[in-house]
Design a protein around this ligand. Structure first.
Ligand code: PLP
Length: 381
């Protein structure tokens, strides 16, 4: 047997990869499973995006390798999207790079900026990929606490009392997954000032800003941000196009060129039709967001009722694609969700998979249809 690289010892099979096999077995055994675990949007993408893809399929051009930096019109559409929705000016030539989803950007940025032994500030709770990628590139995760008492914001003063001399990069993710917390103008300004004081690259992972959120914000809007920040964004949740794999990284031209150095050695451009579809999606009017959010609002009301039925508490001001609910005191999230899976055939994500500060919470996805949610509510009641 040939041994895998030692770096593989730093990561485990993703929780959902493991748990969804168990859920699938229950389904095969005839259990009427309702899956409120994962955040894969079930609603339709904009029709124009589908037309853009289909309309490109007969073009000979579509079958060739595509540019490493994406079609000019895709970069222009992304820059215009940032201008229209976040009031952030970006050069489509140098300050934006299309990605195959924002998730790959986490690896590309880490490969572009981290040396083995560098430390990386990672939110706890937070998206598990930040720490697994950090480990894979030989850097060291330094988790920072987010707590309900602190509105799930980093305690910068506390961080400054620790040794930050080896920290090169900090992941933030506002609106935050899994908690749905938003960062205020002041929160972003404070983080940028902190990054400047300690010469840290801050990356805001921003795929949720249009879901149930009245004030979409980009960190790049704040003075001085382009000196120390990058931002990842995505059409996965905004336009129900998670399987298309289109995201972007935006920021300072020099930083973007470092990311491109990695990425251009890893893939050979994104399929032409997908880029054409993404361009059309990005051009959607504000009405798109209104109708998308009216569906999520209805669903969230039902999920809130489910959380009530389970004696959980939650923040009605939270945004994004999930409801983050606190369990009654002293109950551990794994046995709680396993019990509901067994007794009620409803799959909900336990909070601990996002880090130790997620213990005592559960996360409901809003990617289930109204009928399923009504059925789930009836079962819980
Ligand atoms: C916080 C966060 N970042 C990034 C991603 C990746 O999104 P995508 O690669 O589809 O753009 C997700 C997906 O669930 C996420 O929750």
């Amino acid at each position: 047997m040939i041994e895998p690289a030692t770096r593989l010892q730093t990561v485990q099979e993703y929780y959902f990869s493991r748990k969804l096999k168990e859920v699938a077995l229950l389904k095969e055994a005839g259990k009427p499973i309702i899956n409120l675990g994962i955040g894969s949007p079930d609603l339709e993408p904009p029709q124009k995006a589908l037309d853009g893809l289909v309309g490109s399929l007969q073009l000979a051009e579509a079958n060739k390798y595509q540019s490493y930096i994406g079609l000019p019109e895709l970069r222009e559409a992304m820059a215009k999207f940032y201008n229209d929705h976040y009031q952030v000016g970006l050069s489509p030539k140098t300050e934006i790079l299309p990605l195959m989803g924002s998730k790959e950007g986490i690896m590309h940025i880490s490969l572009a900026f981290l040396n083995p032994g560098d430390e990386v500030l990672i939110p706890n709770p937070g998206y598990p990929t930040y720490s697994s990628v950090t480990n894979l590139v030989g850097a060291i995760p330094k988790f920072y606490d987010l707590t309900e008492e602190n509105n799930w914001q980093p305690n910068l003063r506390e961080l400054e009392n620790s040794d930050l001399s080896k920290v090169k990069l900090m992941w933030i993710n506002y609106p935050h997954m899994p908690t749905g917390a938003v960062a205020s103008n002041k929160n972003f300004e404070d983080i940028i000032a902190f990054a400047k004081r300690h010469n840290i690259l801050v990356v805001n992972d921003n795929p949720y800003s249009f879901i149930l959120n009245d004030y979409p914000r980009s960190i790049l809007k704040y003075p001085g941000a382009k000196e120390v920040c990058l931002e990842l964004n995505s059409i996965s949740k905004t336009f129900n196009m998670a399987g298309w794999r289109v995201g972007m990284v935006a920021g300072n031209a020099d930083y973007i060129s470092h990311v491109l150095k990695v990425k251009s050695n890893m893939d050979s451009g994104m399929f032409y039709g997908i880029q054409k579809g993404a361009v059309e999606a990005l051009k959607s009017s504000k009405l798109w967001f209104v109708s998308l959010n009216s569906v999520y609002e209805q669903r969230r009301n039902l999920v809130w009722k489910m959380a009530d039925a389970l004696n959980c508490t939650y923040d009605k001001n939270a945004v994004g694609l999930f409801v983050w609910a606190k369990l009654p005191q002293g109950i551990d999230s794994d046995s709680f969700i396993d019990n509901i899976l067994k007794e009620k055939s409803i799959f909900i994500t336990p909070g601990h998979i996002f880090g130790s500060n997620g213990e005592g919470y559960i996360r409901f996805s809003l990617c289930g249809g109204t009928e399923d949610l009504e059925e789930a509510l009836a079962r819980l009641r």
